[in-house]
Design a protein around this ligand. Structure first.
Ligand SMILES: Nc1ncnc2c1ncn2[C@@H]1O[C@H](COP(=O)(O)OP(=O)(O)O)[C@@H](O)[C@H]1O
Ligand SMILES: [Mg+2]
Length: 226
């Protein structure tokens, strides 16, 4: 059996409010991600897709149950260990890009390396910008890039520090069909060439048809479709 990189163990998440606003988002999810695979999780709006990715990436904590990375429990880590875990191992790609508007494309991609004080930040960032096909746009600000170019920039930023897992939250939710296909093809080729594990949540069914490792989130549970 292939090596596991991330695993959830009886994952429960309840957003506690008054009795009228309490939401039980997950009812004990057991999910395993093998290293080097691409996973797609489908589910309609409000079903808990973003929450699930936040839990996998240590941005949020479960009500009970646990997330394990390389067999190590995230709930055993303190804040600074968690921050270190995220910086080293996880890349995030969001629907609305989350690029810093006053920084150029190059500076945005360099940022994770600057934060962790890595050497050759500019060189490494340029390599990744070339990989996503944006070398000609290196000095552009996010406002001077198309939606598809901004999302390719966030993919370069997510991969620049060589994470083990990249978590994508509706990465094509804001793109037209042509650009959405470019982004999905880019993710698949980066997976094949770099062996990075991807977990992508989306409500777009059309791109996901015929892929292996498709799951569906419904009523607090995760079920395998293919
Ligand atoms: N901070 C919060 N407090 C209370 N409820 C929340 C909070 N965040 C999300 N929820 C609720 O949890 C459910 C799942 O949200 P979310 O993970 O954002 O869904 P999705 O990404 O699938 O649209 C929704 O019903 C939402 O209203
Ligand atoms: Mg969401």
């Amino acid at each position: 059996m292939s090596e596991l990189v991330l695993e959830t163990n009886k994952l429960h998440k309840v957003y506690d409010g008054s009795s009228a606003t309490t939401v039980e988002v997950f009812k004990g999810i057991n999910f395993r991600l093998a290293r080097g695979e691409v996973y797609y999780i489908l589910g309609h709006s409000g079903v808990g897709k973003s929450t699930f990715l936040h839990l996998l990436g240590g941005l949020d904590t479960p009500t009970s149950g646990d997330v394990l990375f390389d067999g190590k429990s995230l709930s055993s880590m303190n804040e600074s260990q968690l921050a270190h875990f995220r910086n080293k191992n996880i890349g995030f790609v969001f629907q609305f890009y989350h690029l810093l508007p006053e920084l150029t494309l190059l500076e945005n991609v360099m940022l994770p390396l600057m934060i962790s004080n890595e050497s050759n930040a500019e060189e490494k960032a340029i390599e990744w910008i070339e990989r996503v096909g944006l070398k000609e746009r290196i000095q552009h600000l996010p406002s001077q890039l198309s939606g598809g170019e901004q999302q390719r920039t966030t993919i370069a930023r997510a991969l620049v520090h060589s994470p083990q897992v990249v978590l994508c939250d509706e990465p094509t939710g804001n793109l037209d069909e042509t650009n959405a296909k470019i982004v999905y093809d880019l993710i698949e080729s980066l997976n094949q060439e770099e062996g990075v594990t991807f977990c992508i949540v989306t409500h777009e069914e059309s791109f996901v048809k015929s892929k292996p490792n498709v799951y569906r989130l419904t009523s607090g549970n995760l079920q395998k479709e293919s």
